[in-house]
Design a protein around this ligand. Structure first.
Ligand code: ADP
Ligand code: MG
Length: 353
């Protein structure tokens, strides 16, 4: 070996040693479970594999607990039905308030607040209408318009009263049903994040079927890059958004849908009409709290784009990216610099206008 080659080899060795010293054998631990009708992946980094594994298990346990409280699908008489606060509240609609868990109070307080703020575009008391469409079942149908009209009378967040002082929730009209499908996943993700954070993990990514929550940076010390899906090309991305210590949550018309006579029918309903929202193909909300991001992504999906942008802009540290039905990509100005849009995405993009 010539002298300079030996020197190079030495320098390389020193560099590796310095890296190893600064990053004491950082390992990745990743695990996936099927929860809340979707695959949830939790990925964490640290030096102690046993600790990582235990923290991830606890995070999944927490998500499962929240999912059970918020589940509105179980059959009456089953253990899952008895475990669900939402089932208990729905059962006693128009009869009496129900005492519930503090997490249910927190979830419903937030839901009620943002239902009001979005003028009902996000509505947690839309269950009577979503039941009719049955998107979560095997055979979704287009309901007859008269049925939708009738069910709309049994829908509306104004029937929901949350009493924090005595931990009760009351739905004031019989037949009105809560459906937390648009918000429970985000809340569960945020609770899982809190578990990881409390156990000292400083680098993590939770992906609950497109509901992303991150801690710290990625392995290279850079913000996590989250892909924004192309709503009309499976597996395709229109771009990415950078997220460090925060959430990116997308509501899209491509997750659960069917087509009839050339029209697309999907699972996010406009509470004013009872039919699927038709202004937008996808709405991505970037903000710290994943529970808020989940609620707002549904609200911004349903609202006309100008109102969705106004809603996001009016809130502190909330960013929004929309892919509209007429194939435009628009976003709040503060996202500039944190997003990259693929110039060949096939959508119109005028730098955030
Ligand atoms: P995803 O479940 O795909 O993450 P969302 O967070 O937007 O998407 O939630 C959609 C679910 O929320 C539907 O499956 C339904 O249960 C419920 N839902 C539909 N429309 C609304 C609405 N306007 N407001 C609140 N919940 C809704
Ligand atoms: Mg949502």
């Amino acid at each position: 070996m010539t002298g300079w080659k030996a020197l190079l080899a030495c320098l390389l060795l020193v560099a590796v040693m310095v890296y190893a010293w600064k990053h004491p054998s950082e390992v990745e631990y990743s695990s996936q479970q099927f929860l809340m009708d979707t695959f949830v992946t939790v990925k964490v980094y640290g030096s102690d594999r046993g600790h990582l594994q235990q923290s991830v298990n606890e995070a999944f346990g927490e998500m499962r607990r929240i999912a059970e409280l918020a589940d509105h699908f179980p059959q009456a008489g089953t253990a899952a039905y008895r475990a669900s606060d939402v089932c208990a509240i729905n059962e006693k609609a128009g009869i009496r308030p129900v005492r519930v868990h503090s997490d249910t109070i927190t979830m419903l307080t937030l839901a009620r607040q943002y239902a009001e703020l979005s003028h009902g575009a996000f509505d947690p008391a839309i269950g009577a209408v979503t039941d009719l469409w049955n998107f979560s079942g095997d055979n979704p149908v287009i309901p007859v318009s008269e049925s939708i009209r009738q069910r709309l009378k049994l829908s509306g967040f104004r029937y929901l009263t949350v009493n924090r002082d005595n931990s009760t929730v009351y739905v004031r009209k019989k037949g009105v049903k809560l459906d937390l499908g648009a918000s429970a996943k985000g809340y569960a993700t945020e609770k899982a994040y809190q578990i990881l954070k409390r156990s000292g993990i400083d680098k993590a990514l939770i992906d609950a079927g497109g509901n992303i929550r991150t801690i710290g940076t990625n392995r290279e010390g850079k913000p996590w890059k989250i892909g924004i899906k192309d709503p009309r090309r499976e597996g395709g991305l229109i771009g990415t958004v950078s997220v460090e210590n925060g959430s990116a949550v997308t509501s899209g018309d491509y997750y659960r849908f069917f087509e009839r006579d050339g029209s697309r029918y999907h699972h996010i309903l406009d509470p004013r009409t009872g039919y699927p929202g038709n202004h937008t193909m996808s709405a991505t909300v970037v903000t710290q709290d994943s529970a808020l991001a989940d609620i707002l992504s549904t609200a911004c999906f349903v609202l006309p784009p100008s109102e969705a942008l106004a809603l996001a802009t009016g809130l502190k540290e909330v960013d929004l990216l929309l892919i509209t039905s007429d194939k435009k990509i628009i976003h709040t100005p503060t996202l500039t610099g944190r997003i990259e849009i693929n110039p060949n995405s096939g959508y119109r993009y005028d730098q955030g206008r």
